[in-house]
Design a protein around this ligand. Structure first.
Ligand SMILES: C[S@@+](CC[C@H](N)C(=O)[O-])C[C@H]1O[C@@H](n2cnc3c(N)ncnc32)[C@H](O)[C@@H]1O
Length: 318
C-alpha cells in the first residue's frame, strides 16, 4: 500500500506573484444608485456619438480661451480633454479610484496632461484651488432619476460661491427639458414572455414598436446655472389623440448641452426614451382626457418613479 501523497504545494510563478492587485472599490451600490459606473461601461459612453458631439461642440463654443474649467465626474476624462483645447487649466474630479487612474492615463495618452489635473474624490465635497469659469458635469440619466446631476451641481455651486464669493457663470450642459407622453408599449419578448418593466430605447427611432397615443407634455426645464428644482410634480389632464390602450408613460429627456443665441441654435442630446409601465392599463378614445400624475425627487430611484405614476380616465361630472 502506498503512503498517501503529501498535499501538493502549488508554486505561484514569481511573475504572477509580483502582479499588484488593486483593492476592490468599496461602493455601496444602493446608496450611490446610478453613480457607480465602472470603466467597462465608459466605452459605451465614448461610442455614443450623439452625446459626445453635442458636448464637444458646446465645450468648443462656450469655454473661454484661457479659462479655468472644473469637470465633476470626469470618467475617462474625455470632456476634460475637449475643454483643454480652450482652457488654460482643467480640474477634473472622479470618485471611483480605478476610473480616476484610467482618466490620468488617457489624458496623458492624448497629450493633455500639461493642462488637465485629475483628482480622485467626491465632487460633493470638492473645492478647486481657484475659482471656476466653467463647470462641466454629465451625471445625466433619462428623466433625471438615479444619477445625481442636479444635487452635485447645486452643491458645487453653493460651495464655490461660499468659498470664492462668486457664482459660476457657465455650466455645461446648460439645460435639460423633461416631458411625458402616454403610450402603448409592447412588453412581449422572445418565446412569448410578457414582462412590463421599465424599458430604454433610442429616441426618435422610427422602428420602435411603441405607439404614441397623445403628444408629449413638458413638465420641467432645468437650467443648471440657475436655481434648479429638487423634485418634479405632474398632475395634469392630457388629451388623447389616438384610440387604444395606454399601458405606459414615456419619459422624454432632451439635454440642451449648449445654447448659441447669436447663431440662433443649440447643441442637443436626446437621451434614450424610457417607458415605465402603468400599474393598470387603460382603454381610451380619441379626444378623451386622462389624468396623469406622478411626483419624484431628482436623482430618486427608478422604483420610486415607477411606484409614483398613475393614469386614470377623466370624466368630469357636473
Ligand atoms: C455618466 S459618467 C460621465 C463620465 C465623463 N464625464 C464622460 O462624459 O464620459 C459620470 C461619472 O461621474 C462619476 N461620479 C459620479 N458621482 C460622483 C461624485 N459624487 N464625485 C465624483 N465623481 C462622480 C462616475 O464615477 C462617472 O465616472
Amino acid at each position: 500500500m502506498s503512503a498517501a501523497a503529501p498535499a501538493q504545494v502549488i508554486a505561484i510563478p514569481s511573475k504572477r506573484r509580483n502582479v499588484e492587485i488593486a483593492p476592490p472599490d468599496r461602493i455601496d451600490d444602493d446608496a450611490y444608485l446610478g453613480q457607480y459606473i465602472p470603466l467597462h461601461y465608459h466605452g459605451q459612453m465614448l461610442a455614443d456619438e450623439a452625446r459626445l458631439s453635442a458636448f464637444q461642440e458646446a465645450i468648443e463654443k462656450l469655454v473661454p480661451e484661457g479659462s479655468h474649467v472644473v469637470e465633476l465626474g470626469g470618467g475617462t476624462g474625455v470632456l476634460s480633454y475637449f475643454a483643454s483645447k480652450k482652457a488654460r487649466k482643467v480640474t477634473c474630479i472622479e470618485r471611483i479610484p480605478h476610473v480616476a487612474a484610467a482618466a490620468r492615463r488617457l489624458i496623458e495618452l492624448n497629450g493633455a496632461s500639461h493642462k488637465v489635473r485629475v483628482f480622485e474624490g467626491d465632487a460633493r465635497t470638492f473645492v478647486p484651488d481657484e475659482p471656476a469659469d466653467v463647470v462641466i458635469c454629465d451625471m445625466l440619466h433619462a428623466a433625471l432619476v438615479r444619477d445625481k446631476q442636479i444635487a452635485v451641481i447645486e452643491d458645487f455651486k453653493a460651495r464655490h460661491e461660499a468659498h470664492f464669493g462668486r457664482a459660476i457663470p457657465i455650466v455645461i450642459p446648460e439645460a435639460t427639458i423633461l416631458a411625458v407622453q402616454p403610450v402603448f408599449q409592447p412588453y412581449e419578448f422572445s418565446g412569448g414572455f410578457t414582462a412590463p418593466v421599465p424599458l430604454f430605447y433610442q429616441a426618435g427611432n422610427p422602428h420602435t414598436p411603441t405607439v404614441e397615443l397623445g403628444a408629449p407634455e413638458v413638465y420641467a426645464i432645468v437650467e443648471y446655472a440657475r436655481e434648479t428644482p429638487v423634485d418634479f410634480v405632474f398632475d395634469r389632464l392630457m388629451t388623447i389623440d389616438t384610440a387604444g390602450t395606454i399601458n405606459a408613460l414615456r419619459f422624454v429627456t432632451k439635454n440642451v448641452v449648449g445654447i448659441y443665441p447669436k447663431e440662433a441654435r443649440t447643441s442637443d442630446w436626446h437621451m434614450s426614451y424610457l417607458s415605465i409601465p402603468l400599474p393598470e392599463p387603460i382603454t381610451v378614445q380619441a379626444g378623451e382626457r386622462i389624468r396623469v400624475r406622478f411626483q419624484y425627487e431628482a436623482g430618486a430611484s427608478m422604483q420610486s418613479l415607477g411606484n409614483a405614476i398613475s393614469a386614470t380616465p377623466w370624466r368630469r361630472t357636473r
